[in-house]
Ligand binder design. Structure first.
Ligand SMILES: *Cc1c(COP(=O)(O)O)cnc(C)c1O
Length: 464
C-alpha cells in the first residue's frame, strides 16, 4: 500500500514544470503570477492529501489538473471585496461610504496607470503643485478664494486648527461638541492640534452674547461644527452663521465651519430638509469651511478646505500638510466628480449617492417588484415578499430623516433569519441584508439594477 502511495506521489508534476505549460501561461496573463503559483501549490497539496488518506487511487489527467488549478484561481478572493448593499443606508461607512460614478473610472485609470502632471507645470515645464489641480473647479462651484484638499475631513479639521489656532483658544458651542464614529471627537481634535477649547453656551441653547463674553486676548478663532449625526430638538437656539461671522470679523478672528458632509445641491428636491450648501456657508461669512469627499458629495475619501486665500496660504506652509497629503488616484476621482457638478442635473443622474437619494417611492416600488419577480423564479422554499419600508441617508447626515422605500423580504422555513443573513453574506459577491420582522430585507434603494442577476444567482444557489 505504502509503495503505491509513494508511486502516485512521485508522479505528481512539480510546480515549476506546471508553470511552464501553455494553459498556465494563459492564466498568468489574467492573474498575478504569485496567485497562479499559489493555486498550483494548493491544488497539488489537496491531491497529495487525498492520496495519503487513500481517497484517491489515480492522479488526474493533465487537462483535468489544469482545470482544477483554474477553478482554484477563480475562487480566489481578495480580502477587500465588493459587496451588495441591501441595507438601504446610502452612505454606509462600514461598506465604503459612497460608490463612485462610472464616469470617474476612466479618469482614475488614466491617471493611475500612466505618468501624470501631478506635480509638474505643463505650461512652464517646471515643478508644479499637486494642490493646484482642483483649485479652479472648486472655486467655480463654491465662490471660494482658495482651496486645499487633504486625506479626509478629520485631517482637514486638524490642519485648519493646528495652523490657525495653534496654542490659542477656540470657541465652540456646547451643543456642537460632536463625536463622529471611529473616535473623532471635536474636543480631542482641538487638544491634539495644540489648541485650547473654550465651551460656550449650553447644550440646547447658545446665544451670540455667550460667544462675545468668551472672547479674550487668547482667542484664536471661532469654530462652528455641523451636528452631523445627532439633533438637539425642542427648546433650542444657536447663532446664525452671518451673526457669528460679524462677531469674529470685529475681533479680527477667523470663523471656521466644519460642515461634515458639504452640500453642492439643494437637498429639498429629495424631500430632505434645507441645509446650506458650501457656497452658501461661504456667502454667510465663514472664512474657512471643511467637508468630506465621500459623504453627500459622492466622491472618494478626501477632506476639502475652502475659504480665504490668506488662511489657506498659511495651511500650505504647515509641515503637517505633508503627512495629510492626498494621493493622485483620489485627486483624479475628485476632479471627475466635481466636473459632474458643473451641471447639477447631470450630478443627480450620474453620482450614485445622489441618484439613490433621488429615487421616489414609486421608483423604489418598481425596482422591488422587478427584483422580486426575478427571485420568485429561483427561490424554491424561500418566501419573497415586497414590503414598504424606510431607508436612511447615513454617513452622519440627516440622522432623524428617513426616505420611503420598498424592500424585498426573504424568509425561509429551514433557516432562521440570522442563518439566512449569514448565507447571503457568504455569497460569491456578499449580500448585506437588514433583518426586520424575522425576514431579511433587501432595500432596492441601494442596489443597482445591474446587481440583480448576482442576487438571483446567490438565492438560486441558496435554494438548491
Ligand atoms: C464626517 C465628519 C467628520 C469626519 O470626516 P471624515 O471625512 O470621515 O474624516 C468631521 N466632522 C464632521 C462634522 C463630520 O460629519
Amino acid at each position: 500500500m505504502a509503495e503505491k502511495i509513494q508511486g502516485l506521489l512521485a508522479k505528481l508534476p512539480a510546480v515549476d514544470v506546471l508553470l511552464k505549460r501553455s494553459a498556465m501561461e494563459e492564466l498568468v496573463e489574467r492573474y498575478p503570477r504569485g496567485a497562479v503559483k499559489a493555486a498550483i501549490q494548493e491544488t497539488l497539496s489537496s491531491i497529495r492529501q487525498e492520496v495519503l488518506q487513500e481517497k484517491r487511487e489515480v492522479l488526474p489527467e493533465m487537462s483535468e489538473l489544469e482545470q482544477m488549478i483554474s477553478q482554484q484561481l477563480v475562487e480566489h478572493q481578495f480580502s477587500l471585496r465588493r459587496v451588495i448593499n441591501g441595507t438601504g443606508t446610502v452612505i454606509h461607512t462600514n461598506l465604503g461610504r459612497s460608490s463612485l460614478s462610472p464616469r470617474v473610472k476612466q479618469q482614475v485609470g488614466e491617471i493611475s496607470f500612466h505618468y501624470s502632471n501631478l506635480e509638474f507645470d505643463l505650461a512652464a515645464g517646471t515643478r508644479g503643485s499637486r494642490y493646484s489641480h482642483l483649485v479652479e473647479i472648486i472655486k467655480e462651484l463654491t465662490g471660494a478664494e482658495d482651496v486645499l484638499v487633504v486625506n479626509n475631513n478629520a485631517a482637514a479639521v486638524l490642519l485648519v486648527l493646528s495652523t490657525l489656532i495653534k496654542e490659542q483658544e477656540v470657541l465652540v458651542s456646547r451643543g456642537e461638541l460632536v463625536e463622529i464614529g471611529g473616535a473623532f471627537r471635536i474636543p480631542d481634535v482641538v487638544t491634539s492640534s495644540g489648541g485650547k477649547i473654550v465651551e460656550v453656551g449650553t447644550t440646547n441653547k447658545t446665544h451670540l452674547k455667550d460667544y462675545q463674553q468668551a472672547l479674550t486676548e487668547e482667542t484664536g478663532g471661532i469654530l462652528k461644527v455641523h451636528t452631523s449625526n445627532y439633533r438637539i430638538v425642542g427648546f433650542t437656539e444657536s447663532v446664525a452663521l452671518a451673526e457669528l461671522a460679524e462677531l469674529a470679523h470685529q475681533a479680527e478672528l477667523p470663523l471656521i465651519n466644519d460642515l461634515g458632509s458639504g452640500l453642492f445641491i439643494d437637498m429639498r428636491q429629495f424631500g430632505l430638509p434645507y441645509e446650506p450648501t458650501v457656497k452658501e456657508a461661504l456667502e454667510q461669512g465663514c472664512d474657512v469651511v471643511t467637508f468630506s469627499g465621500d459623504k453627500l458629495l459622492g466622491g472618494p475619501q478626501a477632506g476639502i478646505i475652502v475659504g480665504k486665500k490668506a488662511y489657506i496660504e498659511k495651511m500650505k506652509q504647515n509641515q503637517l500638510l505633508r503627512a495629510l497629503r492626498i494621493d493622485k488616484m483620489t485627486l483624479s476621482a475628485l476632479e471627475a466628480t466635481f466636473e459632474l457638478y458643473l451641471d447639477p442635473a447631470q450630478a443627480v443622474k450620474e453620482i450614485p449617492v445622489l441618484h439613490m437619494l433621488s429615487l421616489d417611492e414609486e421608483a423604489c416600488r418598481q425596482k422591488a417588484e422587478s427584483l422580486a419577480a426575478d427571485l420568485k423564479e429561483v427561490a424554491g422554499e424561500l418566501s419573497i415578499i415586497v414590503e414598504k419600508d424606510a431607508s436612511a441617508v447615513g454617513g452622519g447626515s440627516y440622522p432623524e430623516h428617513l426616505l420611503p422605500t420598498y424592500v424585498v423580504a426573504l424568509q425561509s422555513d429551514t433557516f432562521s433569519a440570522e442563518e439566512l443573513q449569514q448565507k447571503l453574506r457568504e455569497s460569491r459577491v456578499p449580500i448585506i441584508s437588514r433583518i426586520k420582522n424575522q425576514a431579511n430585507y433587501l432595500d432596492v434603494r441601494t442596489i443597482d439594477e445591474e446587481e440583480f442577476p448576482l442576487i438571483v444567482a446567490a438565492v438560486k444557489a441558496l435554494a438548491e
